[in-house]
Design a protein around this ligand. Structure first.
Ligand code: ZN
Length: 416
């Protein structure tokens, strides 16, 4: 029986968002949180981008150490042989790739300006898939950019060619958020039936339907007999109006009327980690969570009007579809109201020991404490805000990995 899986793309689509970004340590923390939630795969970055290399390698090391496990770490590149080669040269251990190319006439004509036709697109994609396979890629997804504005016959042809050459998934990108639940259902069902390959839903919110479209696309894919993979980002962070929000989409799949009974998850998701994950992404991106955000917004479990307050006090199920404890909420949060000592890029050993001591972290000697402090200072240089407890603990626990994440060496000649 086909199932639904989640592929979070915060560390790729989320960080592409205008005016926003994450440090390499923050991206690593996101992978850690996604892993704890039980997310199947993280699109963890750009293997052809030089400043990502050490971050990607360090995260693959964490996977080998059994820390980032069982989450699958996959990189996004363009569907060209050159990108495959660069990716494998810069990040030799990467084994999961998504290869992206535009498929709509609008983009083929609008981007390539008459230098490429549909056959060229098919050939580029097929060559890139072959190259990825020959370099030992274990899983390959092929992304049809602007798929929702691509005619179905060409999409089927594109999918069949990808499958024939060894691709494992076809990413259906509703790049401009143009679909509605009815159209995406029909298209993904046809693709699943006619191509016979797992389909990834990649939905954007330009018309406010990213979550609804992801649910409908997953239904179409499963009805067509294939596994569905839903692309999400934490708090819906993504280009323009954003992507399908991770928590809202998990809630929609698992809690909406009668859906989960017919369309189950392939890996269970621990929503109790949702609150912490959403809060961290909000802090790291510097973007507040809207108060009416499903599950994690400040008002998601707030009641004030007489009838609602009375009803929810008598029985929460009167006015709450799910409980706040299921989302990992309800724990008191400690907010310092008196003296505050936080980490910074100019922190000293005494303040640092005080902060770590509060978290019951002790060092074997001053030298070890100084070494970790030095890394924490560098992390602050990148983040320009006090680190959260989980980040400090991460650095103290994995100083060698942290050192890699914090190393950024622009090459004198970086043009290749
Ligand atoms: Zn996107």
């Amino acid at each position: 029986m086909p199932k639904i899986y989640f592929i979070d793309v915060t560390n790729r689509d989320g960080v592409q968002t205008a005016n926003l970004g994450l440090s390499k340590l923050e991206k690593t923390m996101i992978n850690m949180y996604l892993n704890k939630m039980g997310i199947f795969q993280s699109e963890f970055g750009f293997p052809t981008t030089r400043h990502e290399s050490l971050y990607l390698q360090a995260n693959l090391e964490l996977a080998e150490m059994g820390i980032l496990k069982p989450i699958r770490l996959e990189g996004w590149i363009r569907a060209t042989v050159a990108d495959v080669e660069t990716a494998l040269r810069l990040v030799p251990n990467i084994r999961h790739l998504n290869l992206s190319i535009s498929t709509s006439n609008q983009m083929i004509n609008g981007k390539f300006r008459g230098t490429k036709n549909r056959d060229d697109i098919l050939n580029m994609m097929v060559d890139a898939v072959e190259a990825a396979r020959s370099y030992g890629a274990k899983s390959i997804g092929v992304n049809a950019e602007d798929a929702s504005r691509t005619d179905i016959d060409f999409l089927v042809k594109f999918g069949l060619a990808a499958k024939e050459h060894g691709a494992h998934r076809l990413r259906y990108c509703d790049t401009l958020g143009y679909d509605n639940p009815f159209t995406i259902y029909e298209t993904t069902k046809t693709l699943a039936e006619d191509v016979g390959i797992s389909i990834e839903m990649h939905c954007h919110g330009d018309l406010g339907m990213a979550v609804a479209n992801s649910v409908a696309g997953a239904k179409g894919t499963l009805d067509g007999g294939q596994d569905a993979y839903i692309n999400t980002t934490i708090n819906g962070t993504g280009e323009r109006a954003g992507n399908a929000d991770l928590v809202a989409t998990v809630l929609a799949i698992t809690k909406s009327r009668g859906f989960a009974e017919k369309y189950p998850l392939g890996r269970s998701i621990d929503l109790r980690k949702a609150w912490k994950t959403a809060k961290f992404a909000s802090y790291a991106f510097g973007v507040p969570i809207p108060i009416n955000q499903p599950g994690v917004g400040a008002n998601a479990f707030a009641h004030s009007s007489g009838i609602h307050a009375d009803g929810v006090l008598k029985d929460p199920e009167n006015y709450e579809l799910y409980s706040f404890t299921e989302l990992g909420r309800g724990e008191p949060e400690l907010v310092e109201t008196g003296r505050q000592i936080s980490s910074g890029e100019y922190s000293g050993i005494s303040g640092f020991r005080h902060i770590m001591g509060k978290m019951a972290v002790s060092f074997k000697d001053t030298e070890e404490a100084r070494e970790v402090l030095e890394l924490v200072r560098y992390a602050n240089v990148e983040a320009q805000r006090p680190l959260v407890e989980d980040e400090l603990l991460f650095i103290a626990k994995y100083p060698q990995i942290a050192r890699k994440l914090l190393t950024l060496n622009p090459l004198e000649n970086s043009v290749h």
